[in-house]
Design a protein around this ligand. Sequence first.
Ligand SMILES: [Zn+2]
Length: 377
Amino acid sequence: MNAPGTFTLGPADGRARTGRLSTAHGDVETPIFMPVGTLGTVKSLCPTDLRDLKAQIILGNTYHLYLRPGDDLIARLGGLHKFMAWDGPILTDSGGFQVFSLSGLRQIAEEGVTFASHIDGSRHLFSPEKVISIQRNLGSDIMMVLDECVPYGADRAYTEKSLGLTTRWARRCREAHPAGDRGQLLFGIVQGGFFKDLRAKSAEEIIGVGFDGYALGGLSVGESRNEMYDILDDAAPLLPAERPRYLMGVGAPRDLLAGMAAGIDMFDCVLPTRNARNGTLFTSLGRVNIKRAEYRDDDTPLDPNCPCYACRTFSKAYLRHLYIAKELLSYRLNTLHNLTFFSVMMERAREAIREGRFAVFRAEMEALYPETDEGKA
Ligand SMILES: [Zn+2]
């Protein structure tokens, strides 16, 4: 097995590329979509389900796990992998994004960000050192630095000032977790809002600190799709080619395709799991809203091309019935299906890149998933 952090690039097609990232809990083939397991569970699924649908790495949320059940408790019980019985790679965010979305309940200072828990209102401080300590307790394979996610619409002066803070926090995170420590990787995050020169400045500063991988943060925060793609196309090539590149919080199919085309290797988003619970299902024939009356008597499978248990076993009529009746099984089958669709889509994307036909694959997928604002928070 390769040392954690080893990143081997495979065939590329234009800027889209394949690769393999080694972690302490196994290798990840890129480009990859990472299902979100906010509270130490990908909602409604077991680790065996995740294995079956070929999830290679999942994401956990530092903010949520710190508040409940607490990172100290998880550390005492052997770390997050053992606690949730998932022995594959885990990436944890820094908690910054959740804290910054608690507008009105948080205060930013040089030291860190103070916030009130959404559970009981208790006050907490997330400093760069604190979020590293939490992620070390969780034992995640890939940790993220604390950054300020600049809100959409922030002006240039604010964005530039915030970028400086993000860089200083990144340095403190690196000092709190030296390279190679415990086999846990640490990724830096590039901010800079919607100003291309500030993105370039942030990239230069964050790369200067030196990390195992680099993320683009502060996208999919309310901007239009074209604004996002404009920044993505410009900023992705600024990240070192030899390290994994991660586009945070982006997950609509056409956004994944745009990301891969720009040279991004890793993605995460609650979109497939949240939409599953809302009855919006992604299929090889396009989007299906399972609650619609047209499926009442439909005894065909949700997606004839999908290998998941739901599609192999049940009809659309049954899935609709479960959804309308708010049966627990509805959440489980819908989640199983949507994550299988994303897993298969990424596998096909990797194949298309290796075979030099990514543009054709992208056009086919975009035709199935035409322009909507879905997935743009
Ligand atoms: Zn399916």
